[in-house]
Design a protein around this ligand. Structure first.
Ligand code: GAL
Length: 410
């Protein structure tokens, strides 16, 4: 088990023969980590890469979809970055099929990835027997966060255990004068909220039926229509400033006790950390209703665009070796709010949110694939477009159900 200080990190990395001896392998890294917490976390990767003798060129692009589209366009245009971020998902599988990525099999063998990576992560980074992506963390995109002060002031004494208790809590917060639900009005965030209601209010089975449906019938079922109406009912608890709000600005509304709840991934913890707020004291967290709630497993990977240039390949391999090393996994994930991709590191004293995450990771019966792992980017785009239109207009439940059914039929 490894729990190292920064000094220990530098010593370890030098000891791994990656000190001054290595030429300055230049890596241009495309990612979308631009918030306070995300920047603090990515700085840990950059510092470790430089400590290993590499030269880090940072290309931060705000917004996941923007960053991914830029990477794919640059690969197609023959101007690929050295390394680029995607989600642990189907997002880059098309690019793999087109033979546009280098694999990291040599580093994976050296680092024993077959053994140290959890199965739900490995199945999306090892494609056709080759490691075409390198996982860097495990995030659950579907947590409920809340301000302890706002809920206390509103008289909400316990975490809701079902939708009716959630609506009752939101009503109390509204009556107290605070904003009940902080939401960034962007399609991907509305999608996170919808999917959270689908797997909590509708249940894990309905969620999986929806994403695996090829005839679309499930979208017309009474159970699914109940999820749609529960989802739309939440609109009344969101403030008018929501449209186009960034996710971390919504998290800041909890940090400043202006809002009660936010449904967002556990990258939000990076924002609480930067604000020096403590889980269990300043904010609370739960992944769904009750102690055995389904637990969505996603996160981030880096891919390595095809290159025959030995210097590029050396930089890509150095990046993969550094980013998956035990010390860097601890340093990066602590700042990012995520769980390490290796099961042999000690994150030290875990807060009550990470403890719930690690417990859920050990219980395969609770594991839930993320929508990006169940639907192709094209299909997920159609579903997200339908959901965001339903959220932002007076479209009826019956009508959006028809649109979703058609999108599922493909
Ligand atoms: C997610 C990603 C996280 C996070 C978030 C918001 O897709 O997995 O690392 O930062 O986007 O930018």
């Amino acid at each position: 088990m490894h729990a190292l200080t920064k000094h220990g990190l530098a010593v370890l990395v030098a000891g791994m023969g990656m000190g001054g001896a290595a030429l300055a392998q230049k890596a241009e890294v495309v990612h979308w980590w631009t918030s306070g917490g995300e920047s603090a976390a990515v700085q840990e990767l950059a510092a470790a890469y430089k400590a290993a003798g590499g030269a880090w060129v940072d290309t931060a692009i705000s917004g996941g979809e923007n960053a991914r589209n830029t990477t794919i366009n640059r690969i197609a245009g023959g101007n690929a970055p050295t390394v680029a971020q995607f989600n642990t998902s189907l997002q880059y599988h098309e690019v793999v099929l087109e033979g546009m990525l280098n694999n990291m099999d040599a580093v994976a063998k050296e680092g024993n990835w077959d053994k140290i990576l959890p199965e739900p992560i490995k199945k999306f980074v090892k494609v056709d027997g080759h490691y075409f992506a390198m996982p860097v963390n495990i995030h659950n995109p579907s947590w409920f966060w809340y301000s302890k002060a706002v809920l206390a002031k509103a008289g909400v004494k316990a975490e809701p255990q079902n939708m009716s208790e959630f609506f009752a809590a939101l009503d109390k917060i509204k009556a107290s004068g605070a904003i009940p639900l902080a939401l960034g009005g962007q399609a991907w965030q509305e999608g996170i909220l919808f999917n959270a209601i689908l797997h909590t209010s509708g249940g894990a089975d309905l969620y999986k039926q929806f994403y695996s449906s090829t005839d679309g019938k499930v979208a017309q079922s009474p159970a699914f229509k109940k999820v749609l109406s529960d989802f739309k009912r939440l609109k009344a608890y969101v403030d008018p400033g929501s449209p186009n709000r960034d996710w971390n600005v919504a998290t800041a509304m909890l940090i400043s006790n202006k809002a009660g709840f936010q449904v967002m991934g556990d990258w939000a913890k990076g924002e609480f950390a930067v604000a020096k707020q403590t889980a269990g004291k300043d904010f609370g967290c739960f992944p769904g209703w009750g102690a055995k709630a389904p637990y969505m497993l996603e996160g981030d990977v880096f891919v390595f665009p095809k290159s025959k240039d030995p210097e590029v390949i050396k930089a890509q391999q150095l990046f993969a070796r550094v980013a998956t090393s035990p010390a860097v996994q601890v340093a990066f994930n602590t700042k990012k709010g995520s769980i390490p991709i290796r099961t042999d590191v000690d994150m030290g004293a875990l807060d009550i949110c990470s403890q719930q995450g690690v417990t859920a990771l050990k219980d395969p019966a609770r594991h839930l694939p993320a929508p990006t792992q169940l639907a192709s980017p094209e299909k997920k785009g159609l579903l997200d477009d339908a959901v965001t239109k339903f959220w932002n207009t007076d479209q009826s439940v019956d009508d959006v159900a028809k649109v979703l059914a058609a999108a599922l039929k493909g």
